[in-house]
Design a protein around this ligand. Structure first.
Ligand code: NAD
Ligand code: DAU
Length: 338
């Protein structure tokens, strides 16, 4: 790894913690500082057992300019995972999304500009809006930004800030937009872990609306490999797209999980649809593959699901307490404060 002192913001969440563990294991000379607000989405267990001479956790907010300034002045690269990341929550209460996703990114960019530190911004395919279910169309790096939800609108805003800081101030920044991730350490509010843990807890999985909406599922380990390549080899101002061409509709994902867990495939409830529900996401990752020399390798979705189910089965202590809180939140449609 070219960079030795890396600041990982939001590193106690799902993708960030998978990134931190992988980099510390593979790159013996790298030191990582995680800056994380430890919101409901973070779990200290995600970062347990890491080498204390090369890893530290600073609990704080990416909107705190003094703290951000101090940490970035001590770093030679920043990778930003910190975000409010759940669409359903953003529909109930957009406020923390505006603060963390927009003001937080702005705060990081100003410090990056001052100390001329390399910056990689972790973003989502949702900035491009959605595609018709019955089409083969895919988003490319040139697709127009057309976000649908408060969450994706704030992620799109943060991407635009990064692009403006590259053009106006010449910062060395890159952006990546990824499709839906799955794998270990994902919060139980998200479709795959929610479905698995519902079944483990004896509750029927929930299908929003028709269940025909399509997502492209990328294993988090493949995303992490792509992010390492983007951080090391990405060219300032470029966008990289991480997708796996593993498109599935939600109903079929839930049915496959039910099958693998030994339940009838109709043991599910259809519930109210998500307002403004994006129909289909699909990315064309060809240019990214060529430029970064990256390709997803965990593309057997059934095998990836089996491994993920097995992880949640053997980590009930990791998810049990947040499961109760999350399902209560789902019942109140995330209207109550955290
Ligand atoms: P997550 O919700 O699991 O983790 C987010 C982390 O950010 C948590 O540890 C949280 O405590 C921290 N955080 C929140 N607000 C903060 C603040 N103000 N200051 C510091 N830390 C704060 O999210 P994730 O699924 O790991 O996603 C990480 C990034 O990847 C996000 O930017 C998300 O938009 C993007 N992304 C996620 C997916 C996916 O499928 N999960 C796909 C594409 C892109
Ligand atoms: O595309 C990338 C995005 O993927 C990321 O930017 C987001 O951070 C991440 O949360 C994810 O967004 P989605 O909204 O696609 O993920 P979620 O797991 O919430 O839902 C996946 C699909 O499943 C979506 O169409 C809604 C549906 N769903 C979700 C839940 C939780 C259900 O049908 N039932 C459920 O219980």
């Amino acid at each position: 790894m070219h960079y030795q002192k890396i600041l990982v913001t939001g590193g106690a969440g799902f993708i960030g913690s998978n990134f931190v563990r992988e980099v510390l294991q593979k790159e013996q000379q790298v030191q990582i500082t995680v800056l994380d607000k430890m919101t409901y989405a973070a779990n200290p267990a995600n970062l347990a057992g890491l080498p204390s001479d090369r890893f530290r956790l600073v609990v704080g907010d990416i909107c705190d300019a003094d703290l951000v300034d101090q940490l970035i002045s001590q770093s030679d690269a920043v990778i930003n995972f910190a975000a409010e990341s759940h669409n359903d929550r953003s529909l109930a209460n957009p406020t923390p999304f505006l603060s963390t996703n927009i003001i937080g990114t702005y705060t990081l960019l100003e410090a990056v500009r001052q100390y001329q530190v390399r910056y990689h911004h972790v973003s989502t395919d949702e900035v491009y809006g959605d595609l018709p279910i019955e089409s083969n169309e895919q988003f490319t790096e040139q697709s127009a930004y057309q976000p649908s939800s408060p969450y994706s609108a704030t992620k799109a805003s943060s991407d635009l800030l990064v692009k403006a800081w590259v053009r106006s101030f010449g910062i060395n920044a890159t952006i990546s937009n990824s499709s839906n991730n799955y794998g270990p350490y994902q919060h139980v509010e998200k479709l795959i872990p929610r479905t698995i843990t519902n079944i483990l807890a004896g509750q029927r999985p929930k299908v929003y609306g028709s269940g025909q909406q399509v997502r492209d599922w990328l294993h988090v380990a493949d995303h992490v490999r792509g992010l390492i390549a983007a951080l090391e080899r990405g060219q300032a101002g470029q966008t990289y797209l991480f997708g796996a061409n593993t498109e599935r509709n939600n109903q079929s994902v839930i049915e496959e999980i039910l099958r693998q867990m030994g339940h009838p495939t109709d043991w599910l409830d259809h519930v109210a649809d998500r307002p403004g529900h994006d129909q289909r996401y699909a990315l064309n990752a060809e240019r990214t593959k060529q430029e970064l020399g990256w390709t997803p390798i965990m593309t057997d979705f059934s095998a990836g699901l089996a491994e993920t189910i097995s992880w949640y089965r053997s980590h009930s202590d990791w998810w049990a307490s947040s499961k109760k809180v999350t399902e209560t939140k789902y019942q109140s449609k995330f209207q109550s404060a955290d």
